[in-house]
Design a binder for this molecule. Structure first.
Ligand code: MRU
Length: 356
């Protein structure tokens, strides 16, 4: 297991080129390969193909990406600069539709350009770089704090189920739902983590299992459909998952399969925790019903990972990448500002007013 990989940031800016440096997550766990990307198309494709993935990581990659692209603009004219910026922003924003962090980061970068209307383009480029680095640093701080709050919910000896990868590989460092485990290990705490393999792209089996065991955490991979059994056996004392978009009423959108686990946890009376930095909170949507759920190609279900296609040729496939867990199934939401509880419409509104 490659422990060294956990020493690197998942998403980084090489300021000398400048370039977006990512660990190619499609190659993990077999190969640890870094990519250095400078072109708009390459950066967009890396997000679309999940070379970089996970809501916070996508946000930081987009912030670095738009800075890198804008840094190459030749014009000295503000209006032309802004027009080119808008085109590049739209292109990056079209890479994936669900995780709000992508739009949140790009909007923040655009606001900076708009707030400095008429400014020299060299100044704008410098400001964009600083803002992108701020977004990166805030992500690291938020994840560390989520780790601390999350750890307060875990007892020694607990068995914990997670789904997808909401770990270091989905952020710059530490992760969200996996941050409490990394931090707990650092503090000598003991617990067992079960990770669902997470069909069809196997973020649990390939990525969570990789980073948790690389960090020396007791890790067991289960098939997604084994969740009910491990709960029934009494092996699970809590569920920790990440989030791609948190609606104003606390409905939480996350990797497909999450809502089923929440229903099972509810049945077995197991606390179900959603870990989300406030960059994932979308107060513009009243509930999860308004979230656009990404649908991905059929081949991810029928062919990927197999030597031969595993379904009849041409069969219809439904491959949504996310689902929404209703707020009533969520025991608490762990943010960088603390642990938020029901009723979420009120607690999230209070939290959001602190952000302004
Ligand atoms: O399709 P992915 O791999 O980008 O989906 C990622 C997830 O669903 C994560 O659980 C979520 O982004 C939270 S990451 C801290």
């Amino acid at each position: 297991m490659n422990k060294a990989v956990m020493q690197y940031d998942t998403v980084a800016l090489d300021e000398t080129i400048p370039a977006l440096v990512i660990i190619d997550q499609t190659k993990l766990p077999g190969k640890v390969e870094f990519l250095s990307l400078t072109g708009l198309e390459d950066i967009r494709e890396a997000v679309y193909l999940l070379k970089v993935r996970g809501a916070p990581a996508i946000g930081v990659a987009a912030a670095f990406g738009i800075y890198i692209v804008a840094d190459k603009f030749k014009t000295e004219n503000y209006e032309e600069f802004y027009a080119q910026f808008k085109t590049a922003k739209e292109k990056l924003a079209s890479a994936r539709p669900t995780a709000v962090n992508l739009f949140w980061a790009l909007d923040r970068m655009e606001k900076l350009v708009l707030d400095h209307r008429g400014e020299k383009t060299a100044v704008l480029k410098k400001l964009l770089k600083e803002e992108a680095l701020r977004i990166r640093n805030e992500d690291v701080d938020a994840c560390r704090k989520i780790g601390e709050y999350g750890l307060s919910l875990i007892k020694n000896g607990d068995g914990i189920l997670t789904h997808c990868n909401a770990g270091q590989l989905a952020t710059v460092k530490y992760g969200t739902a996996l941050a409490p485990f990394h931090l707990g290990r650092e503090k000598g705490r003991y617990f067992r983590v079960f990770t669902g393999e997470t069909r069809p792209l196997l973020q649990g089996a390939r990525l969570s299992a990789f980073e948790l065991s690389a960090d020396g955490i007791d890790t067991t991979v289960i098939c997604d459909n084994t969740a009910s059994l491990v709960m029934k056996k009494g092996w699970i004392q809590a569920v920790f998952v990440g989030c791609d978009r948190l609606a104003a009423n606390g409905d939480a959108c996350n990797k497909i399969g999450t809502s089923g686990i929440a229903i099972l946890a509810n049945y077995y009376k197991i606390p179900f925790y959603v870990c989300a930095p406030t960059s994932t909170l979308d107060m513009n949507i009243p509930s999860g019903d308004s979230i656009v759920i990404e649908e991905r190609p059929p081949g991810e279900v029928t062919e990927m990972w197999y030597k031969e296609p595993m379904a009849p040729e041409g069969v219809r496939v439904y491959n949504p990448a996310f689902d929404v867990t209703g707020n009533s199934l969520i025991t608490a939401i762990v943010t960088e500002y603390g642990i938020v509880r029901q009723p979420y419409s009120r607690s999230l509104a209070e939290l959001s007013s602190r952000l302004k």
